[in-house]
Design a protein around this ligand. Structure first.
Ligand code: ADE
Length: 345
């Protein structure tokens, strides 16, 4: 099943182009008996069969030999947190993944506790085995491998990054079954179109997935300092959110005007001047209703402010997260850390 699916559609194209490779291992090949059986009756009785520990252990070890020794081992099971985009992006940063699929009633718990690093469910329902879950995971992760999606494909669906659903799409004809394409999409005004799409995303999420909206954060990236700070802030802002707003606090006008951030606004304070006075001055007229804030320093070396920046931000009403330092790190890695640390907070 895995092999067939991995050879079709976009994943198939990626395999063919050598962008990803998929190796399958049959646990049955690691049976410890001559009948090639890998399951047995459950201790304590009850219905169904249980996969034995030893064949699973050997199969996973064989996979580890093909990969590096400390490759993450993911077990697909309904008894886990449901997969989301944040987890997908975290796993997409790995070079290799080992995915373990169970059948029957499950796998002997002892081997799971020994080899599995991540338990993942694909939804709150029970499937006959983990294979479909594995394919879902492979598909979602492979979208993040450079080159797997072409430009047109890759620009879509990223609103999930903000825990929002996508806005509605339309194509020709302009009128279909008496229904018109929204006027704004024909206007050619890209700023207006972006605003409309953001509103539609919010509205759709409110109607269809209020649970997502509850964890969604509107990102505001406040920056001050050099041109490099501005540049890095812009990149980070884009990485953290599709709809983030950049605020240039080198501008006196902004510094002087009062601004109160709401609880669902995540504010990043990006600078290359990690001095406490700088932050004190920049935030003099800023307040928050208890939303999250992350100080982000661009330079290298330790942020030697002994928590002073955090305490300034908490005096302003923010719920301050641990400060971050980019220091030559990959921006997307920093962004992922920020999103993980502030989701739903
Ligand atoms: N195996 C059986 N059901 C599953 C689920 N919902 N998610 C992942 N793996 C499973």
């Amino acid at each position: 099943m895995i092999r067939d699916a991995a050879n079709t559609s976009i994943m198939g194209r990626a395999v063919k182009n050598g962008l990803i490779s998929v190796n399958t291992i049959n646990i049955r090949d690691f049976s410890t008996n001559t009948r090639m059986m890998v399951d047995d009756y459950p201790y304590g009785g009850g219905a169904g069969m249980v996969m034995e520990a030893e064949p699973v252990f050997r199969a996973v070890n064989a996979a580890k030999e093909q990969c590096g020794g400390n490759t993450r081992v993911i077990y697909l099971t309904p008894q886990a947190r449901v997969l989301d985009q944040l987890k997908v992006e975290e796993l997409a940063r790995e070079e290799e993944l080992i995915i373990l699929c169970g059948h029957y009633e499950g796998i002997d718990d002892r081997v799971l506790s020994e080899v599995v690093t991540d338990n993942i469910s694909i939804g709150d329902y029970v499937l006959t085995g983990g294979e479909l879950g594995a394919l879902v995971l492979m598909d979602a992760v492979s979208r993040f491998v450079p080159g797997v999606l072409n430009n047109e494909e890759s620009s879509r669906f990223e609103s999930m990054k903000d825990d929002l659903l996508e806005y509605p799409h339309y194509t020709r004809p302009e009128v279909w079954h008496g229904m018109h394409v929204p006027e704004v999409l024909l206007s050619g005004d890209h700023v207006k179109i972006e605003e409309w799409r953001h509103e539609q995303s919010l509205e759709r999420t409110r109607q269809r997935r209020p649970d997502l909206l509850a964890v969604s954060r509107t990102v505001r990236t406040v920056f001050f300092g050099s041109a490099e700070a501005a540049d890095t802030a812009a990149q980070l802002n884009r990485e953290v959110s599709l709809y983030g707003e950049l605020l240039d606090y080198n501008r006196n006008k902004l510094k002087k005007s009062r601004r109160r951030f709401k609880k669902n606004e995540l504010v990043l304070f990006v600078t290359d001047v990690p001095d406490v006075e700088g932050l004190e001055a920049v935030t003099a007229n800023i307040r928050s209703d208890g939303g999250p804030a992350v100080p982000v320093y661009i330079g290298e070396g330790p942020a030697d402010d002994s928590g002073k920046c955090e305490s300034i931000l908490s005096d302003r009403g923010f719920r301050t997260e641990k400060s971050m330092r980019i220091g030559g790190r990959d921006i997307s890695e920093v962004s992922l850390e920020i999103r993980k640390g502030t989701r739903g907070k």
